[in-house]
Design a protein around this ligand. Sequence first.
Ligand code: GCW
Length: 671
Amino acid sequence: MKSLSTCLLLMLMFAGIGDASAEDGHRLWLRMVSPKQQAEIRVGDNMIVTKTVEIAIDELSRFWRRNEEIVMSGSVTPISDDGFRITRKGGTITLTASTDVGMLYGAYELLRRQETGQKIENNQVVSETPRYQFRVLDHWDNMDGTIERGYAGRSVFFKNGKVDFDKDIIREYARANASIGINMVVINNVNASPKVLDEKTLFHIADIADILRLYGIRLCLSVNFASPMSLDSLKTADPLDEQVRDWWKEKVMQIYKLIPDFGGFLVKANSEGQPGPMDFGRSHADGANMLAEVLRPHGGIVMWRAFVYAQNSPDRASQAYEEFMPLDGTFMNNVILQIKNGPIDFQPREPVSPLFYGIQKTRLMPEFQITQEYTGESIHTCFLAPMWREFFDEIAANARQGSRRHFTAVSGVSNVGNSVNWCGSDMAQANWYAFGRLAWNPDMTSEQIAREWLQQTFSKADKFVSPMTAMLCQSHEAVVSYMMPLGLHHIFAGGHHYGPEPWCHQPGWREDWLPRYYHKADSTGVGFDRTRTGSGNVAQYPQRLADLYDNVETCPEKYLLFFHHVPWNSVWERLCRRYDMGVSQAEGFAETWRSVEKYVDMERYERQLKRFERQAKDAWWWRDACLLYFQQFSKMPLPQDCPAPRHKLDDLMRFSLRMDNYTAADMDKLP
Ligand code: GCW
């Protein structure tokens, strides 16, 4: 064993991270305070001290405040997948890992336990390995610096068409990711500019990769399938064309020369206007395999998105399954199909995409959306862990029924931008945190995640943590209730996805971009008939689920209007009550927040209070807009004990919200 005081100099390099400063939210959940005297960390001789291990040592020596000494030790028997083991014997805690990244994860686990008051008992063994091999954050950042569906400012990677970043910010970003186990990031939008593969651009991207690598994170890129045509004037991007294959081969070699641990490509092909193999008469598999083949020798993967839907199809929910099921078994094994959790598009609630049950011979990864495109952007508090848990639980429940799909990766569309608190809203940081924690261990409960996030981010006082945990864990259901209860979905206006516009009608627009395609409200009832006698979508599910969803009596109420068109008299009252429940929950959020004021610093308190107040108003807006609009068809009165609407339908219909990205400054312009 050698003492590590020699590493102190090096540690100074990382000073600055986590220093006490004004509470602007920038420090995220990493608000650790250093002890007066740095902890001494001992390092076993069997360990190679890489730069990543140095970071682990630095974090522990600066922030470990307990009396136990820490010994870091390489593992004699391998611990798989960057996992770690923590044991305590008397006053010595031993952290064991087989890889340097495992050591770093172990260090963050120790600090998390310290910060959340979880003791490690004598002789206790804490042993963890991540459930999924790739835990991926997808950024929808454009090279001009804007972020598609981003509500937290501009890109931290790009500006004015170029790679442009602040090294300290990228280091802090990487550190935050590593602290929750994220090990891959895709830094650019799936609607990808070919320019990202330009040699000059790659050169600068490599600088970002150099920083991420220290924290065990592999950089990936979204690629435009027609890049060979745009960048080098090839006549085609046909994946079976020799020249095209050579082009990609060379490009990939160029990338690996600059970024030896490059993770791979994410591809949105033949979807929403993006080019793809089908433009050349080839299949998704032809396209994905061509890229997989050139990446394979370097250890890279292809994440091929299954988010496809053709114009004006009878049921958008069925499209991806129809397109991808016939291809199952034809993808190379370094291709992972990246499938959105639900069959439509990141709605507040959807059933699990049937592809997760159907696909058997291809690797899969769910794609969640951390950025709140459809759940209130950076204004509404909507803690998404319960929603993601619902997904994992349904997959697990179905696995017990015999049809099972093991996936090795999980991805989430990031909510990070250059705003001072990274996510635009302080509460939205919880979703970044929850994504990482669930990608590491999908068995964690939402309460556990909320609790530890709150303790680290705000205060450990139980009078703060308990009510706020309850509130966070309720928030997703509340959002579903006041926006789109009982299986309603996509009743946003085309163009923005913030407020309600169930009436939205734009001549010439694609039908499946308009709310009425989804709610199908008419004089006979409401909801999308996806039964066997309707669109037939239920038949894409395994028999047990298909039967369950097909029958209006057994269909879970939360999916009722997703699968059934039901008469008004059977649903009207329930609908009204759901909306009201959502509204009163949202009103409760502001109250809860006021009740914990003394535990929160001024800046974050005020900033968040405004948002909670807006959220409550928006809940009313949603409720009134939807109920008054539907009432034109139901012709039924609101139940007697339901409060009178606060808005008039005409006023709401006249109000037009044509902005994509809100800032808090816009909040007052809403109804
Ligand atoms: O959710 C929708 C968004 C688009 C997005 C697309 C996708 C990146 O409205 O902005 O494009 O899905 O996931 O490809």
